[in-house]
Design a protein around this ligand. Structure first.
Ligand SMILES: [Mg+2]
Length: 362
Protein backbone atom coordinates (compact mmCIF):
# COMPACT_ATOMS: atom_id res chain seq x y z
CA UNK A 1 0.00 0.00 0.00
CA UNK A 2 1.14 3.50 -0.74
CA UNK A 3 2.45 5.68 2.06
CA UNK A 4 -0.39 7.50 3.78
CA UNK A 5 -0.81 11.11 2.62
CA UNK A 6 -3.30 13.74 3.64
CA UNK A 7 -4.65 16.75 1.82
CA UNK A 8 -7.22 17.77 -0.76
CA UNK A 9 -7.93 15.74 -3.86
CA UNK A 10 -8.85 17.06 -7.28
CA UNK A 11 -10.41 14.17 -9.14
CA UNK A 12 -10.29 16.00 -12.47
CA UNK A 13 -6.62 15.15 -12.50
CA UNK A 14 -7.20 11.42 -12.77
CA UNK A 15 -9.13 9.05 -14.96
CA UNK A 16 -12.92 8.85 -14.54
CA UNK A 17 -12.47 5.25 -13.51
CA UNK A 18 -11.07 6.29 -10.12
CA UNK A 19 -13.56 9.06 -9.36
CA UNK A 20 -16.02 6.94 -7.32
CA UNK A 21 -13.18 5.92 -4.99
CA UNK A 22 -11.60 9.33 -4.63
CA UNK A 23 -12.26 11.30 -1.45
CA UNK A 24 -12.49 15.08 -1.40
CA UNK A 25 -9.93 15.16 1.37
CA UNK A 26 -7.76 12.87 3.47
CA UNK A 27 -6.96 13.51 7.14
CA UNK A 28 -4.59 11.75 9.51
CA UNK A 29 -7.38 11.28 12.04
CA UNK A 30 -10.88 12.46 12.83
CA UNK A 31 -9.54 15.22 15.09
CA UNK A 32 -7.52 16.57 12.18
CA UNK A 33 -10.71 17.28 10.23
CA UNK A 34 -11.19 21.04 10.25
CA UNK A 35 -14.77 21.67 11.37
CA UNK A 36 -14.73 25.38 10.57
CA UNK A 37 -13.67 24.60 7.02
CA UNK A 38 -16.57 22.18 6.64
CA UNK A 39 -19.00 24.72 8.03
CA UNK A 40 -17.67 27.42 5.68
CA UNK A 41 -18.22 25.09 2.77
CA UNK A 42 -21.88 24.71 3.66
CA UNK A 43 -21.66 21.31 5.31
CA UNK A 44 -24.24 20.79 8.07
CA UNK A 45 -24.61 17.02 8.33
CA UNK A 46 -21.60 14.91 9.27
CA UNK A 47 -21.94 11.21 8.52
CA UNK A 48 -19.56 9.06 10.51
CA UNK A 49 -18.17 5.60 10.18
CA UNK A 50 -17.48 3.87 13.50
CA UNK A 51 -14.86 1.14 13.31
CA UNK A 52 -11.34 2.46 12.93
CA UNK A 53 -12.70 5.97 12.39
CA UNK A 54 -14.22 6.86 15.78
CA UNK A 55 -12.90 3.93 17.75
CA UNK A 56 -10.89 0.78 17.25
CA UNK A 57 -12.66 -2.20 15.78
CA UNK A 58 -15.07 -3.73 18.35
CA UNK A 59 -14.02 -1.08 20.87
CA UNK A 60 -16.12 1.29 22.90
CA UNK A 61 -13.41 3.30 24.61
CA UNK A 62 -13.39 6.59 22.84
CA UNK A 63 -10.30 8.75 22.91
CA UNK A 64 -10.86 12.10 24.67
CA UNK A 65 -9.78 13.90 21.49
CA UNK A 66 -12.52 12.13 19.52
CA UNK A 67 -15.19 13.00 22.07
CA UNK A 68 -13.93 16.59 22.18
CA UNK A 69 -14.12 16.86 18.39
CA UNK A 70 -17.66 15.48 18.35
CA UNK A 71 -18.76 17.90 21.08
CA UNK A 72 -17.22 20.80 19.22
CA UNK A 73 -19.09 19.77 16.08
CA UNK A 74 -22.37 19.59 17.96
CA UNK A 75 -21.69 22.96 19.55
CA UNK A 76 -21.17 24.50 16.12
CA UNK A 77 -24.55 23.25 14.99
CA UNK A 78 -23.61 20.22 12.93
CA UNK A 79 -25.90 17.19 12.90
CA UNK A 80 -23.94 14.00 13.52
CA UNK A 81 -25.13 10.66 12.22
CA UNK A 82 -23.40 7.30 12.27
CA UNK A 83 -23.46 5.07 9.20
CA UNK A 84 -21.99 1.75 10.18
CA UNK A 85 -21.82 -1.62 8.50
CA UNK A 86 -21.63 -3.34 11.86
CA UNK A 87 -23.87 -6.30 12.53
CA UNK A 88 -23.69 -5.74 16.28
CA UNK A 89 -26.66 -3.48 16.68
CA UNK A 90 -26.58 -3.40 20.50
CA UNK A 91 -23.05 -2.07 20.48
CA UNK A 92 -24.04 0.51 17.89
CA UNK A 93 -26.95 1.67 20.04
CA UNK A 94 -24.70 1.93 23.10
CA UNK A 95 -22.28 4.04 21.07
CA UNK A 96 -24.91 6.43 19.72
CA UNK A 97 -26.25 6.91 23.25
CA UNK A 98 -22.84 7.40 24.74
CA UNK A 99 -21.79 9.94 22.12
CA UNK A 100 -25.21 11.55 21.76
CA UNK A 101 -25.31 11.14 18.00
CA UNK A 102 -27.91 9.80 15.59
CA UNK A 103 -27.79 6.74 13.38
CA UNK A 104 -29.70 5.14 10.55
CA UNK A 105 -29.77 1.51 9.52
CA UNK A 106 -30.08 0.26 5.98
CA UNK A 107 -28.26 -1.71 3.31
CA UNK A 108 -24.57 -1.70 3.97
CA UNK A 109 -22.08 0.73 2.45
CA UNK A 110 -21.16 1.12 -0.38
CA UNK A 111 -24.91 0.96 -1.00
CA UNK A 112 -26.45 4.42 -1.18
CA UNK A 113 -29.26 3.38 1.16
CA UNK A 114 -27.97 4.67 4.52
CA UNK A 115 -26.68 7.89 2.97
CA UNK A 116 -30.08 8.59 1.44
CA UNK A 117 -31.92 7.70 4.63
CA UNK A 118 -29.76 10.13 6.57
CA UNK A 119 -30.40 12.92 4.04
CA UNK A 120 -34.13 12.31 4.27
CA UNK A 121 -34.13 12.03 8.05
CA UNK A 122 -32.34 15.36 8.52
CA UNK A 123 -33.79 17.16 5.49
CA UNK A 124 -30.41 17.81 3.94
CA UNK A 125 -29.18 17.95 0.36
CA UNK A 126 -26.19 15.81 -0.64
CA UNK A 127 -23.98 18.92 -0.93
CA UNK A 128 -24.76 19.79 2.71
CA UNK A 129 -23.45 16.45 3.93
CA UNK A 130 -19.97 15.06 4.40
CA UNK A 131 -18.98 11.46 5.05
CA UNK A 132 -15.99 10.65 7.22
CA UNK A 133 -14.62 7.13 7.16
CA UNK A 134 -11.50 5.01 6.91
CA UNK A 135 -12.43 2.71 4.03
CA UNK A 136 -12.31 3.60 0.39
CA UNK A 137 -14.39 0.62 -0.73
CA UNK A 138 -17.28 1.30 1.65
CA UNK A 139 -17.27 4.79 3.21
CA UNK A 140 -15.86 6.77 0.29
CA UNK A 141 -17.40 4.77 -2.54
CA UNK A 142 -20.86 4.83 -0.94
CA UNK A 143 -20.69 8.58 -0.31
CA UNK A 144 -19.60 9.36 -3.86
CA UNK A 145 -22.35 7.15 -5.21
CA UNK A 146 -24.84 9.13 -3.15
CA UNK A 147 -23.39 12.43 -4.40
CA UNK A 148 -21.85 13.22 -1.01
CA UNK A 149 -18.28 14.41 -0.52
CA UNK A 150 -16.12 12.17 1.61
CA UNK A 151 -13.19 12.60 3.92
CA UNK A 152 -10.91 9.65 4.16
CA UNK A 153 -9.26 9.23 7.56
CA UNK A 154 -6.33 7.03 8.32
CA UNK A 155 -7.52 3.83 9.94
CA UNK A 156 -6.88 3.68 13.67
CA UNK A 157 -5.54 0.19 14.11
CA UNK A 158 -4.37 -2.70 12.01
CA UNK A 159 -6.89 -5.08 13.60
CA UNK A 160 -9.88 -5.41 11.36
CA UNK A 161 -12.89 -7.46 10.41
CA UNK A 162 -11.69 -10.36 8.23
CA UNK A 163 -13.40 -9.51 4.93
CA UNK A 164 -12.21 -5.93 5.33
CA UNK A 165 -8.78 -7.17 4.35
CA UNK A 166 -10.07 -7.84 0.84
CA UNK A 167 -11.30 -4.26 0.68
CA UNK A 168 -7.93 -3.09 1.93
CA UNK A 169 -6.17 -5.05 -0.78
CA UNK A 170 -8.26 -3.36 -3.48
CA UNK A 171 -7.77 -0.06 -1.70
CA UNK A 172 -4.03 -0.60 -1.89
CA UNK A 173 -4.27 -0.99 -5.66
CA UNK A 174 -6.34 2.17 -5.98
CA UNK A 175 -4.44 4.50 -3.69
CA UNK A 176 -1.43 4.89 -5.99
CA UNK A 177 -3.40 6.38 -8.88
CA UNK A 178 -5.72 8.26 -6.52
CA UNK A 179 -2.83 9.97 -4.74
CA UNK A 180 -1.93 11.47 -8.10
CA UNK A 181 -4.93 13.73 -7.64
CA UNK A 182 -3.71 15.02 -4.28
CA UNK A 183 -3.23 18.75 -4.69
CA UNK A 184 -2.57 20.27 -1.30
CA UNK A 185 -0.53 18.03 0.95
CA UNK A 186 -0.79 19.16 4.57
CA UNK A 187 2.12 19.78 6.88
CA UNK A 188 2.32 18.35 10.40
CA UNK A 189 0.13 21.20 11.74
CA UNK A 190 -2.62 20.38 9.31
CA UNK A 191 -1.97 23.46 7.19
CA UNK A 192 -2.04 23.25 3.43
CA UNK A 193 1.40 23.44 1.92
CA UNK A 194 1.71 26.47 -0.31
CA UNK A 195 2.95 24.54 -3.33
CA UNK A 196 0.26 23.07 -5.48
CA UNK A 197 1.39 20.10 -7.45
CA UNK A 198 1.33 20.64 -11.19
CA UNK A 199 -1.18 18.72 -13.23
CA UNK A 200 -0.15 15.17 -13.85
CA UNK A 201 3.25 15.23 -15.37
CA UNK A 202 3.05 14.34 -19.01
CA UNK A 203 6.51 13.02 -19.58
CA UNK A 204 7.39 13.06 -23.25
CA UNK A 205 9.51 9.99 -22.80
CA UNK A 206 6.66 7.94 -21.36
CA UNK A 207 4.32 9.18 -24.01
CA UNK A 208 6.75 8.18 -26.71
CA UNK A 209 7.15 4.68 -25.29
CA UNK A 210 3.38 4.29 -25.24
CA UNK A 211 3.16 5.74 -28.73
CA UNK A 212 5.67 3.17 -29.96
CA UNK A 213 3.73 0.32 -28.34
CA UNK A 214 0.51 1.54 -29.94
CA UNK A 215 2.43 1.76 -33.22
CA UNK A 216 3.40 -1.92 -32.88
CA UNK A 217 -0.24 -2.92 -32.36
CA UNK A 218 -1.24 -0.89 -35.40
CA UNK A 219 1.45 -2.62 -37.42
CA UNK A 220 -0.18 -5.94 -36.46
CA UNK A 221 -3.65 -4.62 -37.28
CA UNK A 222 -2.41 -3.35 -40.63
CA UNK A 223 -0.79 -6.67 -41.48
CA UNK A 224 -3.83 -8.70 -40.42
CA UNK A 225 -6.24 -6.61 -42.44
CA UNK A 226 -3.96 -6.66 -45.47
CA UNK A 227 -3.86 -10.43 -45.32
CA UNK A 228 -7.61 -10.55 -44.89
CA UNK A 229 -8.37 -8.20 -47.77
CA UNK A 230 -5.78 -9.50 -50.23
CA UNK A 231 -5.67 -13.21 -49.48
CA UNK A 232 -9.04 -14.04 -47.97
CA UNK A 233 -12.01 -11.92 -49.05
CA UNK A 234 -13.83 -13.37 -52.05
CA UNK A 235 -16.28 -11.74 -54.38
CA UNK A 236 -18.13 -14.62 -55.95
CA UNK A 237 -15.69 -17.39 -56.78
CA UNK A 238 -12.72 -15.14 -57.10
CA UNK A 239 -10.53 -13.28 -54.64
CA UNK A 240 -11.57 -9.65 -54.30
CA UNK A 241 -7.96 -8.55 -54.74
CA UNK A 242 -7.70 -10.38 -58.06
CA UNK A 243 -10.86 -8.83 -59.38
CA UNK A 244 -9.91 -5.33 -58.27
CA UNK A 245 -6.38 -5.78 -59.60
CA UNK A 246 -7.60 -7.14 -62.91
CA UNK A 247 -9.92 -4.17 -63.41
CA UNK A 248 -7.17 -1.71 -62.53
CA UNK A 249 -4.66 -3.28 -64.90
CA UNK A 250 -7.22 -3.38 -67.72
CA UNK A 251 -8.38 0.21 -67.22
CA UNK A 252 -5.07 1.82 -66.32
CA UNK A 253 -2.37 -0.36 -67.89
CA UNK A 254 0.27 2.39 -67.66
CA UNK A 255 -0.37 3.26 -64.04
CA UNK A 256 -0.33 -0.34 -62.85
CA UNK A 257 2.47 -1.60 -65.07
CA UNK A 258 4.58 -2.11 -61.92
CA UNK A 259 2.32 -4.93 -60.81
CA UNK A 260 3.56 -8.50 -61.10
CA UNK A 261 0.01 -9.84 -61.13
CA UNK A 262 -3.57 -8.80 -60.35
CA UNK A 263 -3.06 -9.04 -56.58
CA UNK A 264 -0.01 -6.85 -56.89
CA UNK A 265 -2.05 -4.20 -58.67
CA UNK A 266 -4.72 -4.27 -55.95
CA UNK A 267 -2.11 -4.05 -53.18
CA UNK A 268 -1.82 -0.26 -52.93
CA UNK A 269 -5.61 0.21 -52.82
CA UNK A 270 -6.38 -2.56 -50.32
CA UNK A 271 -3.21 -1.71 -48.42
CA UNK A 272 -4.44 1.84 -48.05
CA UNK A 273 -7.77 0.63 -46.67
CA UNK A 274 -5.87 -1.51 -44.16
CA UNK A 275 -3.84 1.56 -43.19
CA UNK A 276 -7.02 3.48 -42.46
CA UNK A 277 -8.10 0.76 -40.02
CA UNK A 278 -4.66 0.71 -38.44
CA UNK A 279 -4.83 4.49 -38.04
CA UNK A 280 -8.15 4.12 -36.28
CA UNK A 281 -6.56 1.64 -33.91
CA UNK A 282 -3.76 4.14 -33.25
CA UNK A 283 -6.22 6.94 -32.77
CA UNK A 284 -8.25 5.12 -30.13
CA UNK A 285 -5.28 3.92 -28.06
CA UNK A 286 -3.19 7.04 -28.38
CA UNK A 287 -6.13 9.15 -27.37
CA UNK A 288 -7.05 7.10 -24.30
CA UNK A 289 -3.72 5.74 -23.25
CA UNK A 290 -0.78 7.68 -24.68
CA UNK A 291 -2.17 11.20 -24.38
CA UNK A 292 -4.91 10.36 -21.86
CA UNK A 293 -7.53 12.61 -23.35
CA UNK A 294 -10.72 12.81 -21.27
CA UNK A 295 -14.20 13.79 -22.36
CA UNK A 296 -15.99 13.10 -25.60
CA UNK A 297 -16.69 16.60 -26.91
CA UNK A 298 -13.66 16.96 -29.12
CA UNK A 299 -13.39 13.36 -30.20
CA UNK A 300 -14.39 13.85 -33.84
CA UNK A 301 -12.21 16.89 -34.27
CA UNK A 302 -9.27 15.01 -32.78
CA UNK A 303 -9.91 12.07 -35.07
CA UNK A 304 -9.86 14.27 -38.17
CA UNK A 305 -6.65 15.88 -37.01
CA UNK A 306 -5.09 12.53 -36.20
CA UNK A 307 -5.95 11.20 -39.64
CA UNK A 308 -4.51 14.33 -41.25
CA UNK A 309 -1.28 13.86 -39.29
CA UNK A 310 -1.14 10.13 -40.10
CA UNK A 311 -1.81 10.62 -43.81
CA UNK A 312 0.97 13.19 -44.02
CA UNK A 313 3.06 10.65 -42.10
CA UNK A 314 2.31 8.06 -44.75
CA UNK A 315 3.50 10.42 -47.47
CA UNK A 316 6.63 11.29 -45.49
CA UNK A 317 7.32 7.61 -44.99
CA UNK A 318 7.16 6.96 -48.73
CA UNK A 319 9.12 10.03 -49.75
CA UNK A 320 11.93 9.25 -47.30
CA UNK A 321 11.89 5.61 -48.32
CA UNK A 322 12.05 6.40 -52.04
CA UNK A 323 14.74 9.02 -51.53
CA UNK A 324 17.09 6.79 -49.55
CA UNK A 325 16.33 3.74 -51.64
CA UNK A 326 17.74 5.69 -54.57
CA UNK A 327 20.62 7.28 -52.65
CA UNK A 328 22.00 4.37 -50.66
CA UNK A 329 24.49 2.48 -52.83
CA UNK A 330 25.26 -1.23 -52.80
CA UNK A 331 23.00 -4.24 -52.56
CA UNK A 332 19.37 -3.38 -53.36
CA UNK A 333 18.00 -5.57 -50.58
CA UNK A 334 20.15 -3.78 -48.00
CA UNK A 335 19.30 -0.33 -49.29
CA UNK A 336 15.62 -1.27 -49.27
CA UNK A 337 15.76 -2.37 -45.65
CA UNK A 338 17.72 0.69 -44.53
CA UNK A 339 15.53 3.08 -46.53
CA UNK A 340 12.43 1.42 -45.13
CA UNK A 341 13.68 1.78 -41.55
CA UNK A 342 14.61 5.43 -42.11
CA UNK A 343 11.18 6.15 -43.58
CA UNK A 344 9.48 4.50 -40.60
CA UNK A 345 11.61 6.39 -38.06
CA UNK A 346 11.09 9.81 -39.66
CA UNK A 347 7.36 9.15 -40.06
CA UNK A 348 7.05 7.94 -36.45
CA UNK A 349 8.76 11.11 -35.21
CA UNK A 350 6.43 13.19 -37.34
CA UNK A 351 3.35 11.28 -36.19
CA UNK A 352 4.32 11.58 -32.55
CA UNK A 353 5.03 15.28 -32.80
CA UNK A 354 1.84 15.89 -34.77
CA UNK A 355 -0.29 13.87 -32.35
CA UNK A 356 1.15 15.57 -29.32
CA UNK A 357 1.17 19.12 -30.55
CA UNK A 358 -1.78 19.14 -32.89
CA UNK A 359 -4.23 16.19 -32.87
CA UNK A 360 -4.48 15.78 -29.07
CA UNK A 361 -3.36 19.23 -28.06
CA UNK A 362 -5.18 20.22 -24.87
MG1 LIG B 1 -14.33 1.69 9.30
Amino acid sequence: MSRWQSGDFDRERISDFFHPFTPAHAADSLEQVDLQRLWDRGKRLILLDVDNTLVEWKGENFAPAVVEWLEKAKGMGFTLCILSNTRRVERLMRITQLLGVETVRGRFKPSRAMYRLALIKFHKKPEEAIMIGDQMMTDILGANRAGIDAIWVRKMASKEFGPTRINRFIEGLLTGPIYKSLITPLDEHGNAAEVTKPLRERSVYHQFVKFAIVGATSFAVDLAIKFFLIRYVHAGNQLLSEQVGHTLRTDFPGLFSFARDDQGAAAPILGFIASLFAMFNSFVWNRLWTFEVRGKEERLKQMKRFYAVSLVGLVINNVVFTLFFNIIPGHRGVSLAVANALGAVVAAAWNFYGSRRYAFKQ
